[in-house]
Design a protein around this ligand. Structure first.
Ligand code: LLP
Length: 401
């Protein structure tokens, strides 16, 4: 049991708390599911990019999936092996491509023909050979929230299969490109096994046709997307998830790359917030807290459900309420129309499943400071990002005033 009260007294609120022992457990469980084959877990940095989180995963042997040169640099700084770093993303700038090639990471994951030509040009200028994979959009519906579905042709990600084949043939002949991987990612928070299975079959067939054309694909990157339990979701079995991939790959000799983000950190994280006030009118009861959409935007952006607990509350007197933040937006809520006990000033509320896409999507909107982050490991707590202060916020502006 985590003593949230003690942590909130020690570090103040709002506060992000991550249980590193749980991250270890998740890493090992997923790695274990793939143990019958060569595999590499490349954690999706965007889910939670705190350097200490990355260092913890690096020590477990994890690689990283990055979507900006900033994320690549974080991963390297945290001690991730450069040959376990993949750089994806639909819009890489020339400077990002150049730096990634100079840093000699495992591969760049390309998302368009034009990008491939740019990478080839930049690699030529640097007299380098760019190891690449191509992100294929297999046009499969992951049955998740439309904003986090990525593997349909209406989504901006990747290229269709025919374009991918053309690109592989081109890259295979280029002096400055070496295709070594094949990549897809159909979406996030997926709780059904079927879309993963369908995508793997389509992509397994593509792999075979590329190998038949003498393209030496070494990495079969299945992306991330494994969903977690926020409310009452029945999540997929990792064993079945891996078996479906094995089935699609039959005897193909490739390293399976998996890019979990949410699965790895989502349920390991909590956002601690304190009640400021309560108020009600004829329609609604509002519990106003010190964390807002600037700290955790998922409820506002995706109508995402996060479970919560009011510490030490008397559960008998519950009624419907919204938990809202201090931001000047009606969309600023952490929970909507939920049964809640009566609260009073300084009561502690723990928002659960906040470890993924929580802090990384936070902002300074309304000139609010980003909150502190702490790690729990082996029964000890430690600060892994100090709370921002007003000076931090004006640092880049004050000299121009
Ligand atoms: N690989 C690629 C290429 C991705 O685009 C993503 C996530 C992942 C891996 C990791 O997916 P995961 O295992 O976390 O599902 N902000 C949204 C989620 C956006 C996901 C974007 N891509 C949310 O809060 O639900």
């Amino acid at each position: 049991m985590i003593n949230f009260k003690k942590l909130s007294n020690k570090y103040d609120t709002p506060l992000y708390v991550y249980n590193f022992d749980e991250i270890t457990k998740n890493y090992n469980e997923l790695k274990n599911a793939f143990k019958a084959r060569k595999s590499m877990l490349c954690y999706a940095v965007k889910a939670n990019s705190n350097l200490s989180v990355l260092k913890h995963l690096a020590k477990l042997g994890s690689g990283c999936d990055c979507v900006s040169i900033g994320e690549v640099k974080r991963a390297l700084l945290a001690g991730v092996d450069k040959y376990k770093i993949i750089f994806s993303g639909v819009g890489k700038k020339d400077s990002e491509i150049r730096e990634a090639l100079q840093k000699d990471i495992l591969m760049l994951n390309l998302e368009s023909e034009e990008e491939m030509l740019r990478v080839e040009k930049i690699a030529k200028e640097l007299d380098k050979n760019a190891r690449i994979s191509i992100r294929v959009n297999p046009d499969i519906d992951p049955k998740t929230h439309p904003y986090i579905s990525t593997g349909l042709h209406e989504n901006k990600f990747g290229v269709d299969i025919d374009t991918a084949k053309k690109m592989y043939l081109y890259a295979n002949k280029s002096k400055n490109l070496t295709p070594i991987g094949i990549h897809y990612h159909i979406g996030s928070q997926i709780v059904k096994a079927l879309p993963f299975k369908e995508a793997a079959l389509v992509m397994g067939n593509l792999l075979r046709s590329l190998k038949a054309a003498n393209i030496d694909i070494k990495f079969f990157d299945i992306g991330g997307g494994v969903g977690i339990k926020y409310k009452d979701e029945i999540t997929i079995s990792l064993y079945d998830y891996a078996q479906n991939i094995f089935e699609a790959l039959k005897n193909e000799d490739v390293t399976i790359v998996c890019e979990p983000g949410r699965y790895m950190v989502g349920n390991c994280g909590y956002l601690l917030t304190k009640v400021l006030y309560e108020k009600a009118n004829d329609k609604k009861r509002f519990v106003i807290v010190d964390a807002g959409m600037n700290d955790l935007v998922r409820p506002s952006l995706y109508q995402a459900y996060h479970d919560f607990e009011v510490i030490g509350a008397n559960d008998d007197e519950k009624s419907l309420a919204d938990i809202v933040g201090p931001i000047c937006e009606s969309g600023d809520f952490l929970a909507k129309d939920r049964q809640m006990p009566k609260t009073k000033h300084d009561d502690l509320i723990v928002i659960k499943s906040a470890g993924a896409y929580g802090f990384t999507m936070s902002s300074n909107y309304n000139t609010r400071c980003k909150v502190a982050e702490i790690a729990l490991e082996d029964g000890k707590d430690r600060l892994i990002r100090r709370r921002e202060n007003f000076e931090d916020l004006i640092e880049l502006e004050k000299e121009y005033i």
